[in-house]
Every structure is written in structure tokens, then in C-alpha cells.
Design a protein around this ligand. Sequence first.
Ligand SMILES: [Zn+2]
Length: 278
Amino acid sequence: MTFTEIGPDVYVWRYPVLDVNISLIVGGEVAVLVDTLSSPSQATELAEAIRAVTAHPLAIVNTHHHFDHCFGNAVLAGPGVSIWAHEAAATILREDGAKLQRAWVEDYASVDPVLAQGIASATVRPPDRTFLTESIMDIGGRMVELRHFGRGHTEGDLVVAVPDALVLIAGDLVEQGAPPSFVDSFPLEWPETLAGIRQLGWIATVVPGHGSTVDMDFVQAQHDQLTELAWLIRDGHRDGAPIESVAAKSSFGREAALLAAHRAYLDLDGRLWPPRSP
Ligand SMILES: [Zn+2]
């Protein structure tokens, strides 16, 4: 398996380890690579797959700061290659990258020792080109838009819009095949962020961070599920209910909802950092 064309000169590789999606958008002069996998060896494999599709120079985009989306940066970004990300994602990797790397190695040490070893061997290379709400790239007769609609899966999620192909690359703001990951999330803001994506209006194909490509009906359904969860959490918090009883009611399943409720309770108590935006 390697890249599959999902729109005109837009390619996705659904990589088997962690079922993560890597996208490649080929313009007239430059190719945009969205996310870089988890380790140097995975990134070397990815570099080979890219060269089978295009010989253009690369511009790299990280959808957010999690290792499975950016720990191949150092291998794929040679000299003079820029890495784009939201300002918050870049700051997290710059300031806490080493600490996070150690934590992620520990997380996977017993579940997937090969992956843990790969994460450990990565050189964390933080993005060097950042933006806050919007940045437009001209890649040679083709526009690629980087947008931040607010916090959700993390503090600094971006989406990559390719309007001429009707494709949106959503990162982990949208997840197929498993519940969304709430570990670094802002559950009360996530619905609004997906509502921002929906307002783009023209999207036909959505590439989630993990799983198979989906459409806007899928995004709508996930938005509704997240909205339901946010209200369950608000009600539970107001009533002084334990997070376990809130999680039991969520359609995401207990494990995911527990994490979400934990994060959102901290938020509602003013103890989540950084605090909710005004
Ligand atoms: Zn993630």
C-alpha cells in the first residue's frame, strides 16, 4: 500500500501503524506534504513513496503536535524546507517536545515496543513557519489554505483546504474508525471548531487524521455527538455529578468520554491550561 489519488493531484496514504493518514498535494512547482508519521524509519519509507508520486520540492505541514503527525519532520525536511503549523503546535513542540517524547515512548513501551523505539529515535524538529488563523500557500497554479477554526483535539489544530479539489484534510479534529482522542482536547470548544469547518460549504471529501476518507455528513454526525457530549458534561458539572456518570451516558463510549469529561471539568473549574478563550 502507498499513496492513492483521492482528488486531482491530491493523494492520501493510509499508513497501517496507528491507521494514520498522510496527504500529498501536488502543485505546479511545489508539493505539500501534510504530516510526517511517527519515526525516522517510517519517514524514510514515506520519502520513498513521495518520490514515486512527484519530484517537486516539498513544503511540510503538521496538522498538530502529536508524534504520529510530526516525528518524521527531521527526516523529511531537508535544508531549506519549511514546516508549517499553528503557532500553538509549534510552541508546544519547541518547549515541551523532549518531555512529550519521553512520555509517548513510555505510553507505547509495552503495547508496541517497535513503535516506542521509533518514537525514541526521532529528532524532534519543531515547525518554523507558523500562523494564527489563516495562511494561503501558492504552490504553482494552485492554492492551498491552512486554517485554524479554534481549539478541539488540541490547542493548535489546523485544517488544510484544497478548494480546487473539494478536499479538506482535517487532522485529528475528525476521526474515523475510533472515537476521537480527548487526551489533550478542549471538549467544550470542539463542536464550534467543527461548525467552522462546515461553514466552508464546498467540501466534498474529508481526510480524517485516522481511518478512511469521509464526507461532510460524517463530520456533521461527529459534530452532533461532540455537542451532545459537551452538554452532558455541562449538565453533570452543574449537578455535581462524578465524571463516571457523565461518561456512561456518552455515545463515544466510556473510555473516551471519561477523558473528555475530565478535561472539560478542569475547564469549567478554571483549571485547564491554557484557559478557555473569551
Ligand atoms: Zn492527535
